[in-house]
Unconditional design. Sequence first.
Length: 400
Amino acid sequence: MRRDETVAGGYPLKSSMHLLFMAVAILGNSQRLPAQALAPTPPMGWNSWNKFQCHVDENLLRQTADAMVQSGMKDAGYQYVIIDDCWQVLREKNGNTVADAEHFPSGIKALADYIHGKGLKFGIYSDAGAKTCAGRPASRGHEFQDALQYAAWGVDYLKYDWCHTTTQDVRASYALMREALDASGRPIVFGMCEWGTAKPWLWARDIGNLWRTTGDITDQWDSKDKQQLGVLNILDLQDGLESFSGPGHWNDPDMLEVGNGGMTIPEYQAHFSLWAILAAPLISGNDLRDMKPEIQQILTNREVIAVDQDKLGRQGRRVNKDGDLEVWARPLEGGKRAAVLLNRGTTAQPVTVSWSDLDYPGHMTAQVRDLWQHKDLGQFKESFSVQVPPHAVVMITVMP
Ligand code: GLA
């Protein structure tokens, strides 16, 4: 054996190379963080789409990051500042996506750096098809190149849409991008946005960290128009999906409309409370730079956020329905329960939650706390009843 064919340890060069390749392969695989590490609780942040659609630029994103800090939202748990559609204009000859230089003159990397400098994380948007929903360049055929580009920019979260996909296989398309993100070497949360059409909750557990379960939310309580989804329309579509969600892989009933002007304060409180019961990602969608105090108070209600972010990660379900009156509930760490007493109707009515609905012994006595009044209400035996205003909720925790 020639000297240059051996390496330290006396292994022949060929088998040393083999060991090296194996090590690289193992390391390569281990770069794939378990989904649970990427999104152990539902992601919290802000996304530009609901309020701004295509009217986005780097100043809006920077000011939103500033506002997320100043408003107390960062301290309350919000992390991701996510640019949705319309940041991209074309592809260069080498295949790289080019950001709109008019609206993002400093470039995406500088924007990500600014957001990271605030102690926040940065999210971006693309689409599995030929074009995004707004007709911008999308990622089909460029998955690995785009993922590397995102990693180089410092992207922490990708929302991946499903427009212009013609005959593409949905599972293969999303799995391909997951693979590309893993290969980029940067941990990137993967938000799938195919609107629940192919029931991603049945197959995407190891692909997406969250997946949309419905079409787009609109800023209304209850839409009678079948083409539009308000809060209650989306809520009804979540019933039965609860067993598919958990740490690392969340059902996503779409971003929040809290503060966008189409609903009353009690309706926005109900929207936020119900999303927390559903263990939904809490992605605000309003103008954080210009929030009324009552909107800021909704978005930063730490007691409601604590329910959403509960470590057990168990999505709630509808445990009782009597006409317009419903109870939605979920188990929390330490044997507690959270419950939302919902009045969908137009007159105030009493709503009751019985302990047996919460999978407790019926005769039990438990401590009840109101999460919007921030008040302990006392001990209650068997059940708790409260007058709930129209189009509103009372949200409580129950502790035996
Ligand atoms: C789809 C998505 C929305 C938004 C737009 C952007 O409709 O569902 O959330 O991302 O595309 O064009």
